[in-house]
Design a protein around this ligand. Sequence first.
Ligand code: ZN
Ligand code: MN
Ligand code: MN
Length: 315
Amino acid sequence: MTLHVGVHVSIGGGVDKAVDRAYNYGSTAFQIFTRNPRGWMYKPLKPDEVALFREKVKRFGYDRYVVSHMPYLPNLSSPNDNIYQKSLDSLINELNRAGELGIPYLVIHLGSHMGKGFEKGKERLLNAVSTALDKVDNDVMVLLENMAGQRNSMGSRFEEIQVLLDGLSSYSDRIGICFDTAHAFAAGYDLSTSKGVEYTFNEFGEFIGFKWLKVVHLNDSRYELASGRDVHEHIGLGYIGEKGFRLILSNKEIIERPLILETPVDKKRGDLGNIMMIWYLAGVKPPSNILKRWEEYLEKDPQDKEIYENYILKM
Ligand code: ZN
Ligand code: MN
Ligand code: MN
């Protein structure tokens, strides 16, 4: 038994540098933005960097455990024609870029209907995803991510995601789900208790179905249950807590998937600390080659050394 777990890594210095960063953390999966996520502008990928990215993914064995995430500004459910068109263009573009990089999954947010209601948002979103998939002929899968229950947001409830999946049934081999723990918790699914975790996964199985689950975002939540606020916290230090993550990671369907952390980096903890916490809370002993990379990393950056000594070495 091994885990495919890693953090969202920066592409600073070139997209291929993201693979080195992931490798240095002892990550066995990773996620990137293919460009600055906070703007609409982008430059084409550089062919030499694309070639290096692909070569490193292969060399380090990342294979199918690489994820791309859409930038933040697009709203694929927008009632505003201008925003909608720009968002659709971004989706088409990101699908092409993921294809160039050989990344199997593109995670998308489901956007906001801006007060026009789920039905109106749904029309836009389904139209956007189907248009993009028609236009881009590659095998990148679009993963719909459950949202955090913000006002007017689309797809925070599993019932809504079921409706969206149904609307895309003719694209079933190019569609999947990314399940985000912090978003589910913020939307009212109580992942901090054993009853709540059982209920959440039952609902997930009933309305969505685990065969659609391709990627898991493991984040703790800085705000309380059903807050409707999308603010991530370090694993175990938020309202989901260590107990919650132990329960989540005891689910066989979850731990088989690529597990991506989108946790903060601050004085409390760095990325490696959260990666180690996942192995620890899953109760899976990391193989020796990973332990070696962690030790090398901690030599240079000792911030999370205590987690290594107090948790990992005692497993
Ligand atoms: Zn996301
Ligand atoms: Mn997420
Ligand atoms: Mn989020």
